[in-house]
Design a protein around this ligand. Structure first.
Ligand SMILES: *[C@@H]1O[C@H](CO)[C@@H](O)[C@H](O)[C@H]1NC(C)=O
Ligand SMILES: *[C@@H]1O[C@H](CO)[C@@H](O)[C@H](O)[C@H]1NC(C)=O
Ligand SMILES: *[C@@H]1O[C@H](CO)[C@@H](O)[C@H](O)[C@H]1NC(C)=O
Ligand SMILES: *[C@@H]1O[C@H](CO)[C@@H](O)[C@H](O)[C@H]1NC(C)=O
Ligand SMILES: *[C@@H]1O[C@H](CO)[C@@H](O)[C@H](O)[C@H]1NC(C)=O
Ligand SMILES: *[C@@H]1O[C@H](CO)[C@@H](O)[C@H](O)[C@H]1NC(C)=O
Ligand SMILES: *[C@@H]1O[C@H](CO)[C@@H](O)[C@H](O)[C@H]1NC(C)=O
Ligand SMILES: *[C@@H]1O[C@H](CO)[C@@H](O)[C@H](O)[C@H]1NC(C)=O
Ligand SMILES: *[C@@H]1O[C@H](CO)[C@@H](O)[C@H](O)[C@H]1NC(C)=O
Ligand SMILES: *[C@@H]1O[C@H](CO)[C@@H](O)[C@H](O)[C@H]1NC(C)=O
Length: 873
């Protein structure tokens, strides 16, 4: 129960997790699902109802007024998708024709609009993290939101903080930001603000600890020959959950995100969209999330169980794609009519959805959907799944508004300069012979969108693969841009883009005054397998023979520049110290302007200032975490134990005392910077007050008939085949139900307290969106002087790290940063605030944040390992 999560329940859960040994050293056992010894997720009921807290009050007032006017069928319609490929968008719920409320349109992706023409392809989240620039994060979000708005989209399915990036091999890490929770938190918050200021609801996903593609879905795993019956369980302890994986979602909620998507995986052996602890407790109680939770596509697992556990919207609505059956729709109508799901819970689902809609101004900004995900044709089926209804499906509206120049800028802004011997870069454009090498420099022979969902690695890599993609309106390859550069000076440029044409490669390398070698490493979503990479990468090496290519060029050219288009960390040991490699750049996944962005950096129009949003280690083992590639629990749910706790990426390297090649936060410039004059000023914050008191009782908005004959299909309805409706087939309940589904817990199990709509206690770490407002009090202000000691203007990202001082704490953790533009010879003041949360640890026993007595130290510097300034607090 809601009130039951106090210490007693938590201690029970903690005992199961083995937390008695200390929060960061859980013990796990992987016994079969016959019941014994699997870690479990504690129950938490009832599902907290939205209150309109924080800055949601106005949206809630409007939403409650609207929901009060709805019938039961209309409410159910708004919660349930109409089925896969039944409407124009990748997800659509039912409409309320009586009030002129049209079906809501949910559309991928985090890098732009998937499945549409005349849209922009933005840089990946990992690049935006590399900018370490809040303005860049916001600008991209605002531009993407604007495009979604103009195509008629209500909910953009992004941004991403799950995966966070526990292991570098994770296939979808690039869709998110960084394995550092603070960088990801700032990234996701600014992106959300941008998207929602543009008038579109953002959807933070995938909630939570969705850290690998392998075994995320049973069907997908079976397709790869793995005989499992349940999806993977990410087993994570309470401290790690709060200090690492939940952290950026707190920022998302605090930024006012309208939607959150629950994930495919299990968390401590309870599915993401059935998990009352993660949805009811963490998200809706502790973080006081006021928006709605939608399921990932086919992650909805049960009718009653998931509703009581906190799910608010079923996507895409059908049990499995195009079965014509749904856990909700008719089933939800019946469950409310027969009293199994309390009316307040349905009202809360709808209120949350409509409140998000008002909060971002959809009542003022909505335009009709004018594209179709399933066809680029002008005319086609309105309900493509079943070839039903025919008409105009795509108006080909160009929504790009010149975003190409922003994308070009973001591409340069996110390019990290890793090595630059003796001012190799910038180039002058007057090199005698410029030689360009690599499949990754050129065009995809199949065309920029020639592989479905970008499921191939041909030509230059500017985004990964899967649902988190968008079609390119064009893709400027590096070769095109460099050719334009050199040709504008009437210089000489030759290229070889076949990575295996060693004879030609060597012959050209031998002649070159400068060789530019482009290499890549790709990854994506689990439903596409490229060269044995089932979404996740199977290794951290370069693709397409990249190491051999570099080797062949450097053997003959002593001025070789390597450009990495990679989804994340790759192994660069084979060439990083080669004296003939005179410069290395990480360009990530820059989007449609890739070539122009890198040319601006190479030729000095843009002085690089980005920083690595992850660590580049010497080998795979050094990361200390890896994915699970073979099930470890027979046919039962694979058990992925996060035994490393909070020690991922740089925290793992620091803990193990392993030197990386390039550390988190590292990046060079064409100029140099000096750090001096650290000052730490204590702010005048009061004490920390645990939230307390009780919620109001659950609002009930309207009433409904309990006579099933009021819910029958209307006789005059033009019924679309396989479409999900809120109506029932028969007044005979048992015939109508066709379900006995309460999750995995038996047919008649209603969790204790789940139907209780009476006032509930507010948890100590809660009380406002994002958690207890006191967590965001400024405790200290930190300043330092940054001086440009070189000869050209440049940008530097001073970074603020903290040591929390405890025996289980990382050596340092990032807590702040700012990207500063500084003229040569000039100094600028770096300023960052330390909030209470920044200095706190999660305390499982009190279920709250506490500042421990361990000595806290503040560091400022240019990377996680170059920290010249420090002071204890
Ligand atoms: C439910 O939504 C469908 C699809 O938009 C619509 O045809 C139907 O009329 C709606 N039902 C009600 C009761 O509003
Ligand atoms: C897969 O697992 C199921 C359930 O244990 C079992 O019945 C079936 O024989 C297994 N199939 C294969 C191919 O191993
Ligand atoms: C109700 O849900 C069950 C699964 O629990 C499903 O099998 C059944 O078809 C659903 N009924 C309708 C009308 O969709
Ligand atoms: C409500 O629906 C459930 C699911 O079909 C069923 O098990 C239960 O008996 C129904 N309860 C009432 C009071 O009709
Ligand atoms: C860099 O330039 C300096 C001075 O011109 C020279 O002594 C040094 O050898 C050069 N280093 C490399 C790696 O080329
Ligand atoms: C496309 O890329 C794959 C590897 O992903 C490679 O095997 C194949 O040769 C490439 N084809 C072309 C035409 O470039
Ligand atoms: C790593 O995977 C890539 C992509 O599948 C492949 O090209 C490469 O050969 C692999 N590396 C090794 C060392 O096997
Ligand atoms: C070029 O790469 C091939 C393939 O690995 C290798 O056999 C050959 O030795 C390389 N040549 C040079 C000069 O490095
Ligand atoms: C570097 O390039 C020169 C040619 O300029 C070549 O003679 C030498 O062997 C190369 N060195 C390495 C380590 O590849
Ligand atoms: C690279 O080789 C060229 C001759 O091919 C030589 O002029 C130049 O000094 C070499 N540069 C370095 C840094 O060794």
């Amino acid at each position: 129960m809601w009130s039951g999560i106090g210490t007693a329940v938590w201690l029970l859960a903690a005992a199961r997790l083995g937390l008695a040994q200390g929060p960061n050293q859980p013990t796990y056992s992987n016994t079969s699902s016959s019941g014994d010894n699997l870690v479990t997720s504690p129950p938490f009921y009832p599902s907290p109802w939205g209150s309109g807290s924080g800055d949601w009050a106005e949206a809630y007032a409007k939403a409650r007024d609207f929901v009060s006017q709805l019938t039961l069928l209309e409410k159910v319609n708004i919660t349930t998708g109409v089925g896969w490929l039944e409407e124009a968008c990748v997800g659509a719920v039912g409409s309320v024709p009586r009030l002129g409320f049209r079906s809501l349109c949910m559309q991928d992706s985090p890098v732009g609009i998937r499945f549409a023409d005349y849209v922009s392809a933005f840089p990946g989240g990992v690049n935006i993290a590399a900018t370490f620039d809040r303005g860049a994060m916001y600008a991209r979000g605002y531009a993407m939101g604007t495009e979604h708005r103009k195509k008629g989209v209500d909910v953009q399915l992004g941004p991403v903080a799950g995966p966070l990036g526990r292991a570098p091999e994770g296939g979808r890490n690039w869709e998110g930001f960084s394995p550092d929770p603070v960088l990801t938190g700032i990234g996701i918050a600014n992106t959300i603000q941008g998207i929602q200021d543009a008038g579109v609801i953002a959807c933070a996903k995938h909630f939570i600890v969705n850290e690998q593609e392998h075994f995320r879905q049973v069907g997908e795993a079976k397709g790869y020959g793995f005989n499992i019956t349940e999806a993977l369980s990410s087993n994570v302890d309470d401290v790690t959950m709060h200090e690492l994986y939940l952290w950026p979602f707190a920022d998302a909620v605090r930024a006012g995100v309208g939607a959150v998507m629950c994930s495919y995986n299990q968390i401590n052996n309870s599915y993401g969209c059935s998990n009352s602890y993660t949805m009811n407790y963490l998200l809706k109680s502790e973080l006081d999330f006021q928006g709605f939770i939608m399921s990932d596509w086919q992650a909805h697992k049960s009718g009653v169980g998931d509703a009581l556990a906190g799910l608010d919207m079923s996507m895409p609505g059908d049990v499995l794609f195009d079965t014509g059956t749904s856990f909700w729709g008719s089933n939800l109508t019946l469950a409310v009519v027969n009293g199994t799901i309390p009316e307040w819970r349905l009202d809360d689902m709808v209120t949350r959805i409509i409140a998000a809609w008002y909060k971002v101004g959809r009542d003022k900004t909505q335009v009709p959907v004018n594209f179709n995900s399933w066809s680029k044709d002008t005319y086609g089926y309105l309900h493509p799944a079943v070839g039903y209804g025919y008409g105009v499906i795509n108006e080909h509206v160009d929504v790009r508004e010149g975003h190409g120049s922003l994308i070009r800028y973001l591409g340069s802004k996110s390019t990290v300069l890793l090595k630059n011997v003796n001012g190799t870069l910038p180039l002058t454009g007057k090199e005698k012979l410029t030689a360009v090498f690599g499949d990754d420099a050129g065009d995809n022979p199949y065309g920029p969108n020639g592989c479905g969902d970008h499921g191939c690695d041909n030509g230059t890599l500017a985004m990964g693969w899967g649902s988190g993609t968008a079609d390119y309106p064009y893709l400027i390859s590096p070769l095109t841009a460099i050719q334009n550069e050199v040709a504008s000076n009437y210089g000489s440029i030759q290229s070889v883009t076949d990575n295996y044409a060693y004879t030609q490669i060597q012959a050209l390398a031998k002649q070159a005054s400068v060789a530019l070698v482009f290499v890549n490493a790709d990854s994506g979503e689990g439903y596409i397998n490229i060269d044995g990479n089932e979404g996740d990468r199977k290794n951290l090496t370069l693709w397409q023979g990249g190491d051999d290519l570099i080797q062949n060029v450097t053997a003959w050219c002593n001025n070789t520049i390597v450009v990495l288009h990679t989804v994340g960390p790759v192994l660069i040991e084979s060439f990083v110290d080669n004296p003939n490699v005179t410069a290395i750049l990480w360009a990530g996944l820059p989007g449609q302007e890739s070539g122009n962005s890198i040319a601006d950096v190479l030729y000095g129009r843009f002085n690089p200032g980005a920083k690595l949003p992850f660590t580049l280690g010497r080998n795979r083992e050094d990361y200390g975490t890896d994915l699970m590639y073979e099930p470890n629990n027979g046919v039962d749910a694979p058990q992925q134990d996060f035994t490393e706790g909070v020690f991922i990426d740089y925290r793992a390297f620091d803990k193990a005392g392993i030197d990386p090649i390039f550390e988190f936060g590292f990046g060079l410039s064409y100029t140099t910077f000096n750090y001096s004059d650290l000052t730490v000023t204590k702010a005048n914050a009061g004490g920390y007050t645990p939230a307390s008191g009780q919620s109001a009782a659950a609002p009930v908005l309207g009433n409904y008939s309990t006579n099933l004959s009021d819910y029958l299909f209307p006789s005059d309805i033009d019924r679309v085949p396989l479409y999900i409706y809120p109506y029932v087939n028969s007044t005979n309940a048992s015939a109508s139900y066709g379900w006995n589904d309460y999750g995995n817990q038996g047919t008649s199990y209603i969790p204790p307290g789940a139907q209780d709509g009476s006032p509930q206690p507010i948890v100590p770490a809660g009380g406002a969106p994002g958690g207890n407002p006191g967590l965001y009090d400024v405790l200290y202000s930190v300043e330092a002087t940054i001086t440009n000691t070189g000869t050209v203007a440049g940008e530097e990202v001073p970074q603020l790290y903290v040591s929390l001082g405890g025996p289980n704490d990382p050596k340092v953790v990032l807590r702040g940063f700012e990207r500063l533009s500084i003229q040569p010879g000039q100094s600028t003041t770096f300023h960052a605030d330390l909030l209470r949360r920044d200095l706190s640890n999660w305390d499982s026993a009190s279920q709250n944040w506490v500042i421990t007595n361990y000595t806290k130290t503040v560091y400022v510097g240019s990377s996680s390992r170059k920290l010249p300034l420090s002071q204890t607090l």
